[in-house]
Design a protein around this ligand. Structure first.
Ligand SMILES: [Zn+2]
Length: 364
C-alpha cells in the first residue's frame, strides 16, 4: 500500500557529542525509514540530485549513489547491497533506518565504533577433507582456499600480526568448531576464504559477506523469515562486521580488478557464531571460465592474500582513527584529481585515487 506513511517522530539516531541532529522518522508498511535528504545533510554531502529516481550525493571526498526501488548502493564506486530497497513515498526518497544504522553509519564513521585494534587474525580456509567445496577441472575449492590462507598467513606474520588457522591441512573441521576456535582469540578478526559456484556460467567476480543484522533478510533471500529475527551471538559485532567487510572488499576489488558483486549479508554459521568481527570472502567463481583460470593461477591467489593483509590494515586504521580526522571511511576516487594530501598510509584510503577508477556503470 502506498501513501500510508505516518510521519513524524523526530529522534536522535546517534549520540553525537558535538551536535545533535534531528532525524525525521517515517514509518512505511511497518518499517522505519529516514529521508535520504537527512542522510545527505547529516553526512555533509554538498550536492544532492534525485532526478529520474537516481540518487546521487556528492561531497568533497565521497559520492553515494543509489536508485529508487533498488537495493544497490555505491560508495565511491564500491558496491553494497542494502537490506531493504530505497523507496519513494509521497515524493520523498527514503532509506531504511536499518541500512542507515547498520551500514551507512559504521561504514562512513568507523572511528566511532567502540572496538579494540586487531592483533590477531584468524584465517579460515573453507571446506577440507571429504568436503571439497566447489570443484573444477583446474582444482577444488578446498585446496585453493588453503593455499590463499597460507599465503595470507605469511604476509600477516611478516606485518607483525599473530595468525591462527582453523585448518592447516586437508582435513574436515565442522563450521561450529571454526567459530568456537575464533572466539577463543582476543583482539582478533576472523576471515573466512571461499570460492563460489554459480548455476549460470556467466556469473563471475568477487563478493564479500557480512553477518545479516537481526531483523533483515539474507541478501540472497529477499523475503523475511522467522529465522531472520532470531538473535545470533555474532550480532554483537554488527558495526565491526560491516566495517571489516568494507575494508576487505575494497582491498579485493582494487587489488584484483575483478567484477564487483558487492558486499552482501548472510547468516553463514561461521559468521553467525563468531563473537569476534568476522567476514567471509568469495574470491571468484570456479564455475566461470575466466575466474577459474585466474583462481588456478598462483599470482592471483597471492593477490588475494595481499588483499587480505591490506584489508586488515585498513580496518585497523579506520577503527583507530581519532575524532579529529574522523571524516570518511571510503574516500572519493577521481582520476582527474591529484591524490588527496592525506591519502597516505595513516588514513582510511582504500580507494586510492591513483589506483581506482569509478566503473562507468556505477551511475546506472
Ligand atoms: Zn565455499
Amino acid at each position: 500500500m502506498r501513501g500510508g506513511w505516518v510521519c513524524v517522530a523526530v529522534f536522535f539516531l546517534f549520540t553525537c557529542r558535538t551536535l545533535a541532529f534531528d532525524w525525521t522518522l517515517i514509518k512505511h508498511e511497518g518499517r522505519d525509514y529516514v529521508p535520504v535528504e537527512d542522510v545527505a545533510k547529516f553526512y555533509s554531502f554538498t550536492q544532492a540530485d534525485y532526478s529520474n529516481d537516481i540518487i546521487n550525493l556528492e561531497g568533497p571526498t565521497l559520492r553515494m549513489q543509489g536508485g529508487v526501488n533498488s537495493r544497490e548502493l555505491y560508495l565511491n564506486g564500491l558496491k553494497f547491497i542494502l537490506s531493504f530497497p530505497i523507496i519513494k513515498v509521497d515524493n520523498k526518497v527514503l532509506m531504511s533506518r536499518m541500512d542507515l544504522s547498520k551500514l551507512v553509519e559504521p561504514v562512513l564513521r568507523p572511528a566511532k565504533i567502540p572496538t579494540a585494534p586487531v592483533h590477531t587474525v584468524v584465517l579460515d580456509a573453507g571446506h577440507g577433507g571429504y568436503d571439497q567445496g566447489a570443484s573444477s577441472l583446474l582444482g577444488n575449492e578446498k585446496a585453493f582456499t588453503l593455499d590463499v590462507v597460507e599465503r595470507a598467513r605469511d604476509l600477516l606474520l611478516k606485518a607483525g600480526f599473530n595468525v591462527r588457522l582453523t585448518r592447516s591441512a586437508d582435513v574436515f573441521i565442522p563450521l561450529e568448531d571454526r567459530a568456537a576456535f575464533a572466539n577463543r582469540q582476543s583482539k582478533a578478526v576472523f576471515v573466512s576464504v571461499h570460492f563460489n559456484a554459480g548455476a549460470r556460467e556467466e556469473a563471475g567476480g568477487v563478493e564479500t559477506y557480512s553477518l545479516a543484522p537481526r531483523g533483515v533478510p539474507s541478501t540472497n533471500n529477499t523475503n523475511l523469515s522467522f529465522a531472520d529475527f532470531q538473535p545470533s551471538v555474532g550480532n554483537i559485532r554488527d558495526a565491526e562486521n560491516i566495517a571489516l567487510a568494507t575494508a576487505m572488499h575494497t582491498a579485493l576489488i582494487t587489488k584484483l580488478g575483478v567484477n564487483d558483486r558487492g558486499i552482501k549479508r548472510a547468516r553463514f554459521i561461521v559468521l553467525r557464531d563468531s563473537t569476534i568481527p568476522s567476514v567471509l570472502i568469495e574470491g571468484g567463481f570456479l564455475t566461470n571460465a575466466q575466474d577459474r583460470v585466474r583462481i588456478a593461477t598462483p599470482v592471483y591467489r597471492q593477490f588475494l592474500a595481499q588483499a587480505i593483509l591490506r584489508g586488515v590494515l585498513s580496518y585497523n586504521r579506520a577503527v583507530q582513527r581519532n575524532e579529529a580526522s574522523d571524516q570518511m571511511m571510503v574516500r572519493r576516487s577521481q582520476i582527474t584529481e591529484e591524490p588527496a594530501p592525506d591519502a597516505g598510509a595513516s588514513v582510511w584510503d582504500p580507494l586510492r585515487p591513483n589506483v581506482y577508477t569509478l566503473p562507468e556503470d556505477t551511475r546506472k
